[in-house]
Ligand binder design. Structure first.
Ligand code: GRF
Length: 187
C-alpha cells in the first residue's frame, strides 16, 4: 500500500476527489496516511469525515522544519492539493521527486509568485488567452517550476468571468489529478 500525505489550505475539493478515487480504485494500491493543513479550512472536515488522521500546522518561521518532522520518511508521495505555503528548499530536496502540486493554469504560463486562486484566472482573461487549464507538476524550490507531469486544457470563451473559468479549470483538475497520482505511484 503506497502512502500519500496531502497538504491543503482550502476547501479541499481535490482532496475529496483523491479520497473518492482511492475508494473506487481509480488510484490503486494507495491510502492517504495523513492530511496536513496550514490553516483552518473545510478540507480538514473532509479528512475527518473520511477518518484520515489530520493535523493543523501553524504557519511561521520553522513551518517546513515542522512538516519535515511530521511527515514520515517512508511516505511515497506528498500531494499539494490547494496548498498555499511555500516549502523550504531543504524540504523539497529531502522529498525530491516525491512532491507534486496542481496549478490552475497551463504552466509555464501564469505561474510563479502571486499566481494563485483568482489571480490566475484574472490574468488569463486579461491576456485574452484562448485556452487555459490545469497542470500537475513536481515541486522544486522554484515556485511552479518543476517538471510537468500532466496537463488538461479548457477553452476560454469570450463571456467567461474569473468564476466561470475557475469552475471549468476545477473540473479538468478532477480528471487529471487522480490520473497523475496513479501514474506516479503505479506506473
Ligand atoms: C485548485 O484550483 C488548485 O489548482 C490550486 O488550488 C485550488 C484548490 O482547490 N492549487 P480545492 O481546495 O481542491 O477545491
Amino acid at each position: 500500500m503506497k502512502k500519500i500525505v496531502v497538504l491543503i489550505s482550502g476547501s479541499g475539493t481535490n482532496l475529496q476527489r483523491i479520497i473518492d478515487c482511492i475508494e473506487s480504485g481509480e488510484i490503486a494500491n494507495a491510502k492517504i496516511s495523513m492530511v496536513l493543513a496550514d490553516r483552518n479550512c473545510y478540507g480538514v472536515e473532509r479528512a475527518e469525515h473520511a477518518n484520515i488522521p489530520n493535523q493543523l500546522i501553524k504557519r511561521g518561521k520553522s513551518f517546513s522544519e515542522h512538516l519535515e518532522k511530521i511527515i514520515p520518511e517512508n511516505t511515497d508521495l506528498i500531494v499539494l492539493a490547494g496548498f498555499l505555503s511555500i516549502l523550504s528548499s531543504d524540504f523539497t530536496e529531502k522529498f525530491k521527486g516525491k512532491i507534486i502540486n496542481i496549478h490552475p493554469a497551463l504552466l509555464p504560463k501564469f505561474g510563479g509568485f502571486g499566481m494563485w486562486g483568482m489571480n490566475v484566472h484574472n490574468a488569463v482573461l486579461e491576456a485574452k488567452e484562448e485556452e487555459s487549464g490545469a497542470s500537475v507538476h513536481f515541486v522544486t524550490s522554484g515556485i511552479d517550476e518543476g517538471e510537468i507531469i500532466l496537463q488538461g486544457k479548457v477553452p476560454v470563451d469570450e463571456n467567461d468571468t474569473p468564476e466561470t473559468l475557475a469552475a471549468k479549470v476545477h473540473a479538468i483538475e478532477y480528471e487529471i489529478f487522480p490520473k497523475a497520482i496513479n501514474k506516479i505511484l503505479n506506473g
